[in-house]
Write a protein of this length. Sequence first.
Length: 316
Amino acid sequence: MSTRQVEVPSGQSVALVDPEPNRIPAVADSRGHRPGERCREPGCANCHRDVQRLKFWLRARLVEAGADEARVDVEIGGLTPDLLWRSGDRVCAIEVHSAAPELGRARQLTAALKSGGVGEVLWITPPGFWTAQLPALGIDDFAPAACDYRVLGGMLSAGPGGVVSPSQTACELREFITGWVAQEHAYGCRDEHMGGWATVTDWERHTRTQAAVIARQRQELMNQRTALALARKATRDKTKQMLRLTHRLERAEVAAQEQADDLAQARRRIADHSRVDATLRITVAGQKAAIMHWQLITWFAVLIIITFITAGVLIR
């Protein structure tokens, strides 16, 4: 249980009992974390102290780098960013979070600040996947010795091919602030989902590389379109040829069907003639047999007559 000494008008001091002996020390009494502790607890008093120290350190570095004005926790457009600085016509804001930011809220706040007149927004957060989806830099330790803040995430650098990719080496936050104020560093998107901070020279190389890739892809697309147009023309020609051949085949089928009908009709006629011929042949054969019978009867009758004549002659 703690006590407090209170001066009274009579000059005597009275000891009062602290009504909240187990309360958390106020933020103003905090002295921040020790270097290397890397606390990520939301609402931590030491983290708040570290963030406040970083904000005023950033203010000093911005003024040192040539910013016309840099203020902490100033209101603009109904919002209060952690740091707001101006250099000529440029108005930029910085948001400092020692814990992982909520991605959706961070995006909404970034859009609201830009709608309120802020040209660029920088988020300083711990390293994480969000640094590639926000205009953010990842600071590993918010309480480094001698304020030696080092950026471990969010920076991009041009590779051998000219395309920017996440930087594999850490850089000093002091150097980034100096380059940012001098417009030597800028935020950009390296693809449709991911972005990061890089030097203007690297972005120029990235843009030239992307322009060359786009030009090559456009040429390839034109070649493919030409090949597709030729293939379509060849297909149309083949289709027309097939239609002509199909029409000829249909006409040939019609002619073949007509010839088949004529042939069938001729065969029916031949069959009819064959039946008539067979009937006539049977009739002729019957008539020949009848003639043969009559001839035999005639010869038999003649022989009988000759016999009677001969018998009559011999009888006389």
